[in-house]
Design a protein around this ligand. Structure first.
Ligand code: S3P
Length: 475
C-alpha cells in the first residue's frame, strides 16, 4: 500500500533531520484516490496516533522553556512536523531518537531568533495560530504561509487580539496568509473576551502573554479545549481559572514565568480515535479496542453523543497522563438512533461532526446538529463538504448556515459517491469510514491530507478488517 511507503518516507526524513513541507513533497509520493467498500466486522486492538493539539503545544512550550523537554507519543503527522520545522527555524533544537522520543532544547521565553526564511505551515491552522501567539511576544519579524486551504482561513481572529498585545501583522486581504508579523518589543498583557468559541484564539492570547509583564486574562463564555492551560501549568506557569456571576471563565496567566523543560507523554488523539470507533459501531459484529485515548472532558463530546445514540462504548483503565485523562475504549457494533446534538456541545466535539454525520447516516431517525457554523472555516467548509458528500451517497440532508440535519437510513446507506476532500483530512477519513457501511463503495479524490493528522490510517483500518484501497472503485 502507498500509505505504508509514505509513512516510512516521512519518518526517514524526520530521522535525517530534514522535514520537507507538504507542498514540496513529490506528488507521486502522495496518496491520491482511495475507495472504501463494506467488509466484515472490524476486530482487534490498536493505538491511535498522538494528540495533534497536545503535540503542537508540547513542542511550542518546549521551545520556550529553559532546558530539555522530552516528548513521547508525539504525533508525527505533517501538521506537527511543521511545528518541529518552525521551532528549529526559530532557534530551538528538536531531535528524534530511534525509539521515537523527541527531545527539545528550549531557548527561554523571549529567546526565539528571527528565521532567515518563510515559515510554511502547510495545512495546519492550529500550528499557525498558536505560533503567531508565541511570536507576538518576540521582537522579531517572521513571514508565514501555508497551503491553499490554510491560505483561505481567517487569521484576524488571532491577529486582532495580538495587535492589542503590541504585535504588527500585515496579511493578505481578509486577514489571510501569507502574512508578516513583527512581534512586540514590550508586549502588553491584555484582557480579552473571546468573540468566538476557539481554543486556538484563547491559546494565542495566552502564549503572547508569556512575555508580557503583568496578568493576561482570557474571558471564555463557552468552554473550549484546555490543553494550553494544562500544559502551561505542567511547565511551571502560574495560571488560574475563576468564574464570574454569568458563569464565564476568566483564565489568568501571570506573565514572564520561567518555564522549565518537562517530560510529556502525549495521549492518543480522540479526534483520530473517532474514525475507527465509528467504523466499528456501524460494521455489524465489530469489536475493537482503542488503547490510550485522551479523554479530556472538553474533547469527549463525540463519545457522549454516540452513547446517547445507543453505541456500546466502554472506558477501561482510566488514568492521568501529564495532567490529561486517558482511557482504553472498547467499542462494539450496534444499532444507532438519531439524536439532537445541542449547540453548547459543539466546542467539545468541533472536529468530530463529519464522522458523527456518517454515524447519523446509518442511524434510525434524524440527527440534528446545531450551532456548527465554525465548521465552515476549518480545513474546508466542512458543513458543505459533509452535506454534499452524504447527498452524493444517497443520504437525505438539510443544511443551514449553522446546522445540519441528517435523515438516517436505518441501516446501510446507498453509497456510490465520489467525494472531493478539498485538502481536508477529516473529510477524507470520514467518507472512507462511511464506505464500510454503504451498499456501493465510496471514493475520495485525494487522501493525501490524511497524513497531516493520522499517518498510517489506511493500514490501521485495513488491519482491523476494513476494505480501503487505491483507485476510484473497488476491484
Ligand atoms: C484546536 C482547536 C480547534 C480545532 C482544531 C484544534 C486546538 O479549533 O478545530 O483542530 O488545538 O486548539 P478552534 O479553536 O478554532 O475551534
Amino acid at each position: 500500500m502507498r500509505c505504508a511507503a509514505s509513512t516510512t518516507d516521512r519518518l526517514f526524513r524526520v530521522r535525517e533531520g530534514e522535514i520537507i513541507p507538504k507542498t514540496l513533497v513529490d506528488e507521486a509520493n502522495r496518496l491520491t484516490s482511495l475507495y472504501s467498500a463494506s467488509a466484515g466486522p472490524l476486530v482487534g486492538a490498536v493505538t491511535p496516533p498522538g494528540d495533534k493539539s497536545i503535540s503542537h503545544r508540547a513542542l511550542l512550550l518546549g521551545a520556550l522553556a529553559v532546558g530539555e523537554t522530552v516528548i513521547d507519543g508525539l504525533l508525527e503527522g505533517e501538521d506537527v512536523l511543521n511545528t518541529v520545522a518552525a521551532i528549529r527555524k526559530l532557534g530551538a533544537t528538536a531531535e528524534r531518537d530511534d525509539a521515537g522520543t523527541w527531545r527539545v532544547q528550549g531557548v527561554g521565553i523571549g529567546g526565539l531568533r528571527e528565521p532567515d526564511s518563510v515559515i510554511d505551515y502547510g495545512n495546519s491552522g492550529t500550528g499557525a495560530r498558536l505560533l503567531l501567539g508565541v511570536l507576538a511576544g518576540h521582537p522579531i519579524t517572521v513571514f508565514m504561509t501555508g497551503d491553499e486551504s490554510l491560505c483561505s482561513r481567517p487569521m484576524n481572529r488571532v491577529a486582532n487580539p495580538l495587535a492589542e498585545c503590541g504585535a504588527r501583522i500585515v496579511s493578505r486581504s481578509g486577514g489571510r496568509l501569507p502574512l508578516a508579523i513583527i512581534g512586540a518589543a514590550d508586549p502588553i498583557a491584555i484582557s480579552y473576551r473571546l468573540p468566538v468559541a476557539s481554543a486556538q484564539v484563547k491559546s494565542a492570547v495566552l502564549l503572547a502573554g508569556l512575555n508580557a509583564p503583568g496578568h493576561t486574562t482570557v474571558i471564555e463564555p463557552e468552554p473550549t479545549r484546555d490543553h494550553t492551560e494544562l500544559m502551561l501549568r505542567h511547565f511551571g506557569a502560574d495560571i488560574d481559572v475563576s468564574r464570574d456571576a454569568d458563569g464565564d471563565a476568566h483564565i489568568r496567566l501571570v506573565g514572564q514565568p520561567e518555564l522549565t523543560g518537562q517530560s510529556v507523554v502525549v495521549p492518543g488523539d480522540p479526534s483520530s480515535a473517532a474514525f475507527p470507533a465509528v467504523a466499528a459501531i456501524i460494521a455489524p459484529g465489530s469489536d475493537i479496542t482503542l488503547a490510550g485515548v485522551g479523554m479530556n472532558p472538553r474533547r469527549a463530546g463525540l463519545f457522549e453523543t454516540l452513547v446517547e445514540m445507543g453505541a456500546d462504548i466502554t472506558r477501561l483503565n482510566e488514568r492521568l497522563q501529564a495532567g490529561e485523562p486517558v482511557a482504553d475504549l472498547c467499542v462494539r457494533a450496534g444499532a444507532l438512533r438519531g439524536v439532537d446534538v445541542p449547540a453548547e456541545r459543539a466546542p467539545r466535539m468541533i472536529d468530530e461532526y463529519p464522522v458523527l454525520a456518517v454515524a447519523a447516516a446509518v442511524a434510525h431517525g434524524d440527527t440534528v446538529m446545531r450551532g456548527i457554523g465554525e465548521l465552515r472555516v476549518k480545513e474546508s467548509d466542512r458543513l458543505a463538504a459533509v452535506a454534499k458528500g452524504l447527498a452524493d451517497c444517497g443520504v437525505a440532508v438539510e443544511e443551514s448556515e449553522d446546522s445540519l440535519v441528517v435523515h438516517g437510513c436505518g441501516g446501510p446507506a446507498p453509497g456510490g459517491g465520489a467525494v472531493a476532500t478539498a485538502l481536508d483530512h477529516r473529510i477524507a477519513m470520514s467518507f472512507l469510514v462511511f464506505g464500510g457501511a454503504c451498499g456501493k463503495p465510496v471514493a475520495v479524490d485525494d487522501a493525501g491530507p490524511i497524513d497531516t493528522s493520522f499517518p498510517g490510517f489506511v493500514d490501521m483500518m485495513n488491519g482491523l478488517g476494513a476494505n480501503i484501497g487505491p483507485g476510484k472503485a473497488a476491484p
